[in-house]
Every structure is written in structure tokens, then in C-alpha cells.
Design a protein around this ligand. Structure first.
Ligand code: SF4
Length: 356
């Protein structure tokens, strides 16, 4: 590392620490993780085909203050070199679980539990290397999704990435994964501390529309204490209406990724949960809210895992609900709204199950 990189790494480290204190986080960063291995990866099935989701291990999110988020706990507070990130790419694509699926994967979602387009925490060299490797090894890849906060989106950089993606065997489009978490402005920015204004998001819509890119918008159902189950359903429904309107207005593809909120350890949400002031949403209500997207121009993906980040007892999957989760996975694969109707109206659940 040269002196400039060292100073920048230290500056970012201080920034992360300040934000973590400001967000009253009680977790530690994971400094024990081998920097030559990704933090995690897994596979998903969607209507778009098989997906590889990878979380690279890098320096943590610089924002680090969102109320219910402990994603930075899986990352390092310190700078992670581009050499280490390149080793992570190699490790991933050579992994015995990934290699045999390379020829059929249709989509890759790239995360670092923060912003992949923030070059201070995720090296540009490593990102270019990743794209080159994906072009070489994933001949069927049709979508590459990069998770990032909106402020790091640089159009010149995206144009360059999009050009590189066109060189693969199958034309690949770019999608940006943006965390929204809640639709209500007050809940999103004052309570959850997301720091995302609708004007910022709409400016992003205009940018991606120019280049024909897509958007994946992450929402959480019932992300904060003080929200009733009904208010949480309404917030998700309003998000669906809003994104549908923007999809039509700008002619862009939008996927709403809806995560039922789990109680992340080391957060203010955990403190509220311990005091009995918060309970995660019911899966039935998540299905009910998602039903709003039927007939709309956007697609929905339900996030059905807590990625091992929930505190004890803080999962949204209550005992005995494992079968409901399996049923909801079927919705992700098919976008068949009858599946959601079955889960939402408990009485029809058995019938929905037998159809799968
Ligand atoms: S939700 Fe995203 S932006 Fe907010 S602290 Fe977590 S990783 Fe950072």
C-alpha cells in the first residue's frame, strides 16, 4: 500500500467508527476473517433463472449508522487490499459449489455489505477483474447486479462497466441494487437513518434509464419499532405503487426485493426487541403486502434468510413456519401471485401448498 492509500484507509476507518458510534451499534467488526475468502456466497432461484449472490469481504460500509443494520459486522474496519479482493474472486469462481453451476448461472449479485461502487472500500481494480472473470466463466450471465448507495453511482464508471459486460458470450445488462428499507420519508430518514431522499432516487432513475440499466430496490417490512403490522403492510404497498409509477415513467426494469425484518444483533432494534417494544413481521403479512404488485410492471423477490445476522429469537420465521418459507420460495421462482394469496389467507394455505 502506498502512503496515500494508507492515509485514505485510515480516514475511512475513522469515518466508519464515528458512524458506528452514532448508530449506537454494539457489534464488533470481523477482523479474524481470512481476507482472501469472500465473507459468504449462496444461490437463489428466481424467475430470471439461477442466481449467485456473493458478499465480498472488504472494509465496512462508510454509512454504518442505519438503525436495524449489522451487515458491517461481517466486514473489516480496516482497508482490504485489491490483491486480497482479487484472491476472493478466484476463490469464488474455483469453488467446488460454484464451478459446476457456472455454465447455467443467469445472474450475479455482488455485495460487500455496503457499496461495491464506493472505491474507498471496494477496489476498482478488483471490480474490473471480477467483470473480466465473469465474462470468461459465466457464458449465460444476463444480469450483473451491483449493490451500492446511490451517492457512489458514477455514470462514466457505469458506462465503462456496461461496455465490458457486452463483451461476454451473452449480452449482460447492469442492475444497481439500492437500499431503501422503508418508503415513508420520516421512517426511512429520521428513524432508520437511511440518508436517501426520493429526489436522489429519481435522479438515479433518470441516469439508469439513459443507459437501459435496471434497478433492484431493497425494502424491509416493519424495519423500525413503533410501527404496527398494518402500518408495515401499508408502507410496503406504498413502495410497490411508487416503484411501479417510476418504472412506467422512466421505462426502467425494477425489482423490489422485500426483506421481512429480522432483529439484527448489536443494533438499537435488538435493544427494543429485548424490552418487548418490537416484534418481527408475520410472513402472512409479508405475502399480503407483496400481493399489491399483482398486475404491476415491477417484479418482487422475497428475501427469506437472515444470513445468520439475527439475534437469538429475532428471526421472522416463527417455530412451525418453515413450510411457509418453502412456499414463498416458490413465489420467487414463478412470480405466481396465487402462491401469495394462499399464504396471506391462511385458510387457503394448504391448497396453495398442494399446487407446488
Ligand atoms: S443498511 Fe446499507 S447503508 Fe445502511 S449501514 Fe447497513 S450496509 Fe450501510
Amino acid at each position: 500500500m502506498n502512503k496515500e492509500t494508507t492515509n485514505e484507509g485510515q480516514r475511512v476507518e475513522d469515518q466508519i467508527l464515528r458512524a458506528t458510534l452514532r448508530g449506537h451499534k454494539g457489534y464488533h467488526f470481523d477482523e479474524q476473517h481470512d481476507p482472501n475468502r469472500p465473507a459468504d456466497f449462496w444461490f437463489q432461484e428466481s424467475a430470471e433463472g439461477p442466481i449467485l449472490f456473493v458478499v465480498f469481504y472488504s472494509q465496512a460500509c462508510r454509512w454504518s449508522r442505519c438503525l436495524g443494520c449489522n451487515l458491517p459486522a461481517r466486514m473489516s474496519q480496516k482497508h482490504v487490499s485489491y490483491q486480497a479482493l482479487i484472491s476472493q474472486v478466484d476463490y469464488l469462481l474455483n469453488h467446488p459449489e460454484v464451478q459446476p453451476r457456472c455454465s447455467s448461472l443467469r445472474k450475479v449479485i455482488v455485495s460487500n455489505n455496503g457499496s461495491v461502487l464506493d472505491e474507498a472500500t471496494f477496489s476498482s481494480t478488483a471490480l474490473i477483474y471480477l467483470i473480466a472473470k465473469l465474462n470468461l466463466h459465466l457464458p449465460q450471465m444476463s444480469v450483473l447486479c451491483l449493490e451500492t448507495r446511490a451517492e457512489y453511482v458514477d455514470v462514466a464508471e457505469l458506462e465503462f462497466i456496461a461496455r465490458a459486460l457486452k463483451e461476454g458470450a451473452t449480452p449482460t445488462t447492469l442492475e444497481l441494487g439500492i437500499g431503501f428499507e422503508a418508503f415513508d420519508d420520516r421512517i426511512r430518514n429520521q428513524v432508520f437513518k437511511k440518508g436517501l431522499k426520493l429526489e436522489q432516487f429519481e435522479a438515479l432513475c433518470r441516469k439508469v434509464a439513459t443507459y437501459g440499466f435496471g434497478l433492484k430496490c431493497y425494502f424491509m417490512q416493519k424495519p423500525v419499532p413503533g410501527m404496527t403490522d398494518e402500518e408495515a403492510v401499508l408502507d410496503t404497498e406504498r413502495a410497490i405503487d411508487y416503484l411501479s409509477e417510476k418504472s412506467r415513467e422512466y421505462g426502467i426494469r425494477i425489482n423490489l426485493h422485500l426483506n421481512p425484518t429480522y432483529v439484527a444483533f448489536g443494533t438499537v432494534l435488538e435493544q427494543c426487541f429485548r424490552k418487548g417494544e418490537y416484534s418481527p413481521p408475520k410472513l402472512k403479512d409479508v405475502a399480503r403486502a407483496a400481493l399489491r404488485a399483482e398486475g404491476k410492471p415491477i417484479t418482487i423477490f422475497l428475501g427469506l434468510s437472515d444470513e445468520g445476522l439475527a439475534c437469538k429469537g429475532g428471526s421472522f420465521i416463527r417455530p412451525g413456519e418453515e413450510q411457509i418459507v418453502q412456499t414463498l420460495h416458490a413465489f420467487n421462482r414463478t412470480q405466481d401471485f396465487a402462491v401469495l394469496r394462499g399464504v396471506a389467507s391462511n385458510s387457503h394455505f394448504d391448497r396453495a401448498e398442494s399446487r407446488l
